[in-house]
Design a protein around this ligand. Structure first.
Ligand SMILES: *Cc1c(COP(=O)(O)O)cnc(C)c1O
Length: 432
């Protein structure tokens, strides 16, 4: 089989002369799987079409936001109607009140909500708020969690446990990287020992309660409970970065599922229904330290944009009114359909709600240092074979894939068959 991608290739060649690497965000470049990135032209439900007219069942879902699939009629209608009234005012609008109300209905821990325009911005602002609230500087993050591209979050672990971080990107001053401490995931001893040494300096501990940016690294609930109890003891804040898991793992996200109450939560992706929305939210006492009420400054010309708010509201309403159940049901169906195929290979399908990851090892890892990098080579073959069979997954072995409410039984069946053929190729039993 071979895929015709001439138009995508032409556009990519042109894009490379205009945009660094031909893309607006690096993971889109197909660097880790090879080949030309697909230029998408249209999406409807679970399907997307590229510029060459090839059709795929989409499991990338714009990297998470599209819990309802593409061009959901309610979302499209909300965008059209709102846009026709003007796209931005720079004043408060009804739309942000309505979305905030809905956010709070689904996630009562969001006592106050501040809207921004991306997940990165949400996390950056939440960390500034935590530092302003506690009047401390040190941030603790975990190796294998992604929190957007703020300087002090583009940090990798130094040598040894519980060291302060080293810059993981050019352009990040070491002095700034040094304000972040990196710990291994799911390791209570490392966490306890850091808190006993430096707990009084810690402004906040930030974690993806369901780390879903370097594979899908399941954390033991007791570990997450420990983060809560130790931060509380130390007078530090706990931030749950739910940019991926928020409004996807049920209405209350991971915090709701685990019954853990972080001080602050960050949202992005699903909350905007496919438009650029982020938010940080949490305890009223903390949130009231944000300007104009408090001394922590944070602002945005297009924050709370009415068109984006309307899209988010439409999406969250559909999810609330049966959408969350549909997500769970569709994901469960896919896993069941894969039951006969997967056990033939040394892989593990990790699933939390509608977030899935095919790990090329057994058992699946729970921390980034346990992820076997050799899986990436097999994933290249797997990814290509799926594309050729009309199934679109994110172009990296360490990215999760998303089931939406729009996937039909028939599409899920096609996908399960394609997975079988692609795994056979990835593991070299070339019976295709
Ligand atoms: C995607 C993501 C971010 C960054 O969000 P952007 O909208 O890409 O800036 C932050 N945290 C987590 C957990 C994410 O998954």
């Amino acid at each position: 089989m071979s895929l015709k991608l001439d138009r995508s290739a032409e556009l990519f060649a042109e894009a490379e002369r205009l945009l660094p690497g031909g893309v607006s965000s690096p993971v889109r470049a197909f660097k880790s799987v090879g080949g030309t990135p697909l230029f998408m032209r249209k999406g409807e439900g679970a399907l997307v079409w590229d510029e060459d007219g090839n059709q795929y069942v989409d499991y990338c879902g714009s990297w998470g936001p599209l819990a309802l699939g593409h061009a959901h009629p309610k979302v499209v209608e909300a965008v059209q109607q709102t846009a026709a009234l003007g796209t931005s005012f720079g004043t408060p609008t009804r739309a942000e009140v309505e979305l905030a109300k809905l956010v709070q209905e689904l996630q009562p821990l969001a006592e106050r909500v501040r809207f921004v325009s991306s997940g990165t911005e949400a996390v950056m602002s939440a960390v500034r708020l935590a530092r302003g609230f506690t009047r401390r500087d040190l941030l603790v993050k975990f190796d294998g969690c992604y929190h957007g591209h703020a300087d002090y979050l583009l940090v990798k672990a130094g040598s040894g446990l519980a060291t302060t971080g080293q810059a993981d990107s050019a352009g990040v001053p070491e002095g700034i990287a040094g304000t972040t401490c990196i710990l291994p995931l799911n390791d209570p001893d490392a966490f306890r020992s850091l808190m006993s040494e430096r707990g009084s300096e810690v402004a906040a501990v930030i974690i993806e309660p369901l780390p879903a940016n370097c594979g899908l690294l399941t954390q033991n609930p007791e570990f997450l409970q420990l983060l809560r109890s130790e931060t509380e003891k130390a007078g530090a804040l706990l931030i749950f970065d739910e940019v991926i898991s928020g409004f996807r793992i049920g209405p209350g996200g991971m915090a709701g599922k685990l019954g853990i109450r972080p001080d602050l939560l960050t949202f992005g992706k699903v909350i905007g229904g496919g438009l650029p929305v982020g938010a940080y939210a949490g305890r009223q006492e903390v949130m009231e330290h944000v300007a104009p009420l408090g001394p922590v400054y944070q602002a945005g010309t297009l924050s709370g944009n009415p068109v984006a708010m309307a899209a988010g509201k439409a999406a969250l309403e559909v999810l609330r009114d049966g959408g969350f159940d549909a997500l769970e049901q569709n994901a469960r169906t896919l896993v069941e359909l894969l039951q006969s195929t997967l056990p033939q290979y040394p892989v593990t399908l990790v699933r939390h709600g509608s977030i899935c990851w095919l790990s090329f090892q057994q058992p699946a890892p729970q921390a980034w240092h346990d992820v076997d990098r050799a899986g990436a080579e097999r994933y290249k073959v797997f990814h290509r074979a799926l594309l050729e069979r009309g199934v679109y997954l994110a172009p990296s072995a360490y990215e999760v894939f998303f089931v939406s409410t729009a996937h039909t039984q028939e599409q899920l069946e096609e996908t399960a068959q394609a997975f079988g053929a692609a795994l056979a190729l990835a593991f070299g039993s070339d019976d295709d």
